[in-house]
Design a binder for this molecule. Structure first.
Ligand SMILES: Cc1cc2nc3c(=O)[nH]c(=O)nc-3n(C[C@H](O)[C@H](O)[C@H](O)COP(=O)(O)OP(=O)(O)OC[C@H]3O[C@@H](n4cnc5c(N)ncnc54)[C@H](O)[C@@H]3O)c2cc1C
Length: 279
């Protein structure tokens, strides 16, 4: 304690094993720090002890196999955009990365941090939902894999235990032919938190929709994958009215400083229509 200023501690993990022996209720992980430092500057950072995982090679790198592209949790937005296979095959993620903050944030902010910060307005999670991402969680007790669509359980709540780290994010590789759509609606084009964000992918076979995935941000306590809306469009591709009705049942937007529930509902429905018409 210095005067009235509370003391914070930040130590650097020497290895993944070292980090896993420390993280828990008291020592929290510190990755790029782009969310944590904002809280710190605002005097709202509740935890006092942090272990930096930034230097851990086990949590870095992008691996490409015939089945999947797997990203270390420390992968930054800049690395996402620069990776040729990733940005070509998973364009929604590259697009989300390019619309996340400015260059400095993109160089330092990580996907793992974005996931665990668990903002319903975060930009990458809708893309991860559309791509059926799977998370690898690691602790001193071992590794477990969790489908990303089951990770968030409520506003800022998730299945991650305090002694666990997100280690990797696995994206199963898709067959060709999907059309992808991503639109973030905010106050301005860059450096804005979204009012509504829709990520979608559609696979058409003639007039039939053979596959469809839709996920939204900023319209519920967590990012949401809209399975009912997807089903409605698969069953009746022409009936956009039914799909919009399904969407309005699946999302629960609120009024807040950035927008109103009504506006969000209307914009979400408009984005859905644009996605179906252009995809
Ligand atoms: C100016 C500015 C603009 C921004 N704009 C956007 C934007 O447009 N869109 C957007 O989505 N976000 C935005 N952000 C938020 C932020 O950059 C992202 O959420 C970023 O991805 C967080 O990653 P980080 O590594 O910096 O996380 P940190 O700040 O290091 O950590 C965030 C949280 O995640 C936990 N954590 C981090 N890594 C792990 C891990 N591997 N395992 C377990 N827990 C972990 C930490 O304990 C902490 O609770 C912005 C931030 C700033 C400062």
């Amino acid at each position: 304690m210095r005067g009235n200023v509370p003391a914070y501690e930040l130590i650097a993990a020497r290895s993944l094993e070292h980090a896993l022996s420390i993280v828990g209720d008291e020592w929290r992980p510190f990755a790029g720090g782009t969310d944590l430092m904002v809280l710190f500057e605002a005097g709202k950072l509740q935890h006092k002890q942090f272990v930096s995982i930034w230097g851990l090679p086990e949590l870095k790198g992008i691996d490409v196999t015939p089945e999947a592209i797997t990203l270390g949790a420390l992968t930054t937005y800049t690395e996402v955009q620069r990776h040729p296979e990733l940005s070509k095959e998973f364009p929604l993620l590259a697009r989300a990365a390019s619309e996340t903050g400015g260059i400095a944030t993109q160089n330092r902010g990580t996907l793992g941090g974005n996931i665990v910060n668990a903002s319903p307005a975060a930009d990458s999670p809708p893309a991860l939902l559309v791509y059926d991402a799977e998370l690898e969680l690691v602790s001193a007790a071992g590794v477990r894999r969790v489908p990303y669509n089951t990770f968030h359980t409520g506003y800022k709540r998730m299945v991650l235990r305090p002694d666990e780290l997100v280690a990797r994010i696995r994206l199963p590789r898709r067959h060709k032919g999907w059309a992808d759509y991503y639109r973030k609606v905010g106050t301005r084009r860059a450096q804005a938190i979204s009012k509504v964000c829709l990520a979608g992918a559609i696979l058409r076979q003639g007039v039939r929709i053979a596959g469809i995935r839709i996920a939204l941000g900023s319209v519920a306590p967590t990012v949401v994958r809209c399975y009912e809306t997807e089903r409605s469009l698969r069953d009746d591709p022409e009936n956009i009215g039914a799909a919009k009705a399904a969407l309005s049942r699946e999302i629960a937007p609120i009024d807040d400083i950035r927008s109103t529930a009504n506006y969000r509902l209307r914009v979400a429905a408009n984005l859905l229509e644009e996605f179906v018409q252009t995809g």
